[in-house]
Design a protein around this ligand. Structure first.
Ligand SMILES: [Zn+2]
Length: 259
């Protein structure tokens, strides 16, 4: 929501959205100091929580040094150190998004360090799959989770931006699987629904892209409507557009919103 106007909150409220979780994203241009990370995290925790509240939307956040920001040294490591004091704040329900973008060793280092923090603090984790080379992305993600013995904690891990290429692997790992819907580029509502048709509704959740590109914070209600037209039951629609996400995030003691 950092990149969206207040009009979007109004439309989201009208569309029936009552609660949102916002991950740390890429700001759109490279950062040059640790201070911009801190201001961004504080902005999400305080300002966005207040801005959404005006429209009766409860707001939670996931904090991270985003994969796209994890390759600059020493900045990324310094930012990670600064992040620790924000993690205990109210509203911070997960570490995320973390993972690979270009899939290289510098990203790997930050990914693993942030997984360590999640384990130490017993926090939920939201993992970003790269938008290109997804097959390598999920394979490398899998081997990291395996090597760190984290597959026993798979219920506390959400792997996001799945497509036809990755969904089965994510579900096999026992992790929650996000389908990030975009209006034109990447995963369309139709493709997302096809994936659900093929893989079932367990542990899969739809989420809306809301970033600097062409994106739509109303993608979740949009997909709900499209699923209804395609004949899915109310129960299945509610699972992938609400209850699965709810089941995942309510594992955090700080996610106190109730339906
Ligand atoms: Zn992402």
């Amino acid at each position: 929501m950092y990149s969206r106007t207040t009009d979007d909150y109004e439309l989201m409220s009208k569309a029936g959205i009552e609660v949102i979780v916002q991950p740390s994203f890429w700001l759109g241009s490279p950062r040059t100091s640790v201070g911009t990370f801190e201001d961004y995290w504080e902005h999400m925790i305080s300002f966005e929580t207040g801005r959404s509240k005006e429209f009766a939307i409860d707001h939670y956040v996931c904090l991270s040094v985003n994969p796209k920001e994890s390759t600059v040294r020493p900045l990324a490591l310094d930012a990670l150190e600064a992040m620790s004091k924000y993690l205990d704040r109210e509203r911070v329900v997960a570490i995320g998004e973390i993972g690979y973008n270009l899939i290289n060793d510098l990203e790997d280092k930050l990914f693993q360090l942030q997984l360590n923090i999640a384990v130490e603090k017993e926090m939920l984790t939201m993992i970003h799959l790269p938008h290109v080379n997804k097959k390598d992305g999920i394979e490398r993600t899998k081997s990291v989770l395996k090597n760190k013995n984290l597959l026993g904690l798979s219920n506390k891990i959400l792997i996001d931006h799945n497509t036809e290429e990755t969904i089965e692997k994510t579900l096999e790992l026992g992790c929650w699987a996000g389908l990030t819907v975009y209006p034109i580029t990447k995963l369309s509502p139709t493709r997302a629904i096809d994936i659900i048709e093929k893989n079932g509704v367990d542990k899969i959740m739809i989420n809306s892209s809301a970033d600097w590109g062409i994106s739509d914070p109303l993608s979740v209600p949009l997909v709900a409507g499209e699923m209804k037209k395609r004949g899915f039951s109310e129960n299945d629609i509610e699972k992938v557009t609400f209850y699965n996400a709810y089941e995942f995030f309510k594992q955090s003691p700080k996610f106190v919103w109730k339906p």
